[in-house]
Design a protein around this ligand. Structure first.
Ligand SMILES: Cc1ncc(COP(=O)(O)O)c(C=O)c1O
Length: 431
């Protein structure tokens, strides 16, 4: 197909009529499809059903003989910490295993930092005039929602294809009011990018204006590969230690998209001082985590090789869904200039850059055609996408047949919105 921008006006008008007709036909099918949230599908959850029968046989004792049914051990069972330590890139003694949500740990760390400060803080973050965070965008809406909730200023920084634009990050981090930064280092939500070794080295080494600056390193997709390639990201904790910034990073992860999204394990890993700080704060909040669930996970996944085997089974279920979306986008949009999209090698999202000024219109068109998309702007701080162009597609939850259908509709909506925008632009310049 030719570039929409190059089409003579009569051809543009004819294309608009034909795409509109195809979208009307799609709408007439009366489908109800949802591509809004990155949730595992039921068949993915089924992969972990064996957990439901564990720990089993009345054997609820840890290797050290703790009764996992009882209170205590805020840091988590040693065997659970040892199992996930290599994935987190920290020694087991610097790992905390929490309950089911890493987002909850991130939320709590922000709240503790605001109320009490972190190791090295001259005062609690909330006592600073206007604490701020660097927010690579497009990014994860729930990260931004935490900061918005507590009034932490958000400073968007563009993504480069191998992590955030580091020149911009270094310039912002030099400001003492900038206290931290969100990072999703592997298969970033939503762009799927992987932080390069240079990005990691610069994040670890950069001069921060605030003595208590923290990287919130959300490794949500560490083992969530969509190809046979198990990409690695440089170890941020080691890089920070080498750069003499050993307390700079809080690492977060969870098994939400490994085992059960509502009943997995969440992890915090960091320097010894940060782990002590976290446990001291958390000890006022809980007498201990769900250690039965930790035992279940250890007995089910067994070791890192077991985690990888399990993730291969996820990949077999979801990679075809990503391929279906990309195929539809390719078929309808390649060569039109209406959009660019990612082909992620892991994670849960496809990110589409639609024609500038059209993302909200695409979401509206899709809704009227029976396809629910994440609201336009959601991937930006304050819901404000300055170009109104980013769309986040989440293909894991619907069935493959539904993903195929939805992708057809979405591609048509993106195309129609771009044609409409081009038509308006021409009318404006003719006026
Ligand atoms: C980047 C990122 N972090 C965290 C989460 C949620 O993690 P959890 O289920 O451990 O709270 C998600 C879920 O989509 C995510 O995309």
């Amino acid at each position: 197909m030719s570039l929409i921008a190059d089409l003579p006006t009569p051809a543009l008008a004819a294309l608009r009529i034909s795409v509109q007709a195809r979208l009307d036909a799609f709408r007439a099918e009366g489908l109800k499809l949802d591509m809004t949230r990155g949730k595992p599908a039921p068949d993915q959850l089924d992969l972990s059903n064996a957990l439901l029968a564990l720990p089993g046989n009345g054997d609820y004792f840890s290797a050290a003989g703790e009764d996992a049914r009882n209170y205590g051990n805020l840091q988590g069972l040693k065997e659970a910490r040892a199992l996930f330590a290599p994935i987190l890139g920290a020694p087991p003694e610097d790992v905390v295993v929490g309950d089911n949500s890493s987002l909850a740990l991130m939320h709590d760390c922000i709240v503790y930092a605001l109320l009490k400060g972190v190791p090295g803080s001259p005062r609690p973050w909330s006592k600073e005039a206007s604490p701020a965070f660097i927010c690579p965008a497009p990014g994860y809406d729930r990260h931004f929602a935490i900061l918005e909730e507590f009034g932490v200023r958000m400073l968007p920084v563009a993504m480069s294809g191998h992590g955030p634009d580091m020149d911009a990050v270094e310039a912002l981090a030099a400001d003492p009011s900038v206290k931290g930064m969100w990072c999703v280092p592997k298969y970033s939500n939503p762009t799927g990018e992987i932080y390069s070794p240079e990005t990691v080295a610069r994040l670890a080494a950069m001069e921060a204006g605030a003595p208590d600056f923290r990287l919130f390193w959300d490794d949500a997709y560490s083992v969530h590969h969509l190809t046979e390639l198990r990409h690695e990201v440089s170890n941020i904790l080691e890089a920070c230690e080498r750069a003499d910034h050993k307390d700079r990073t809080f690492v977060f992860a969870s098994t939400s998209k490994i085992t059960l999204a509502g009943a997995g394990l969440a992890f915090f890993a960091s320097s010894p001082a940060n782990v002590r700080w976290y446990l001291a704060c958390a000890s006022k909040r809980s007498i201990g985590p769900d250690k039965l669930n930790q035992l279940r996970h250890v007995r089910f996944l067994r070791d890192v090789a077991g985690v990888h085997r399990h993730m291969d089974a996820h990949r077999a279920l979801i990679a075809p869904k990503f391929a279906a979306v990309i195929k539809a986008l390719q078929r309808h949009l390649a060569g039109t200039g209406a959009a660019r999209w990612t082909a992620p090698e892991g994670g849960y999202f496809i990110s589409v850059e639609a024609a500038p000024g059209t993302a909200a219109r695409v979401v509206e068109l899709a809704k009227s055609a029976g396809v629910a998309l994440t609201p336009a702007g959601a991937t930006w701080p304050y819901g404000n996408d300055p170009n109104d162009s980013n769309l986040r597609l989440a293909p894991t939850f619907p069935s493959l047949a539904e993903v195929r259908d939805a992708s057809e509709g979405i591609a048509l909506c993106i195309l129609l919105a771009a044609i409409e925008a081009q038509s308006v632009q021409r009318a404006d310049s003719a006026a």
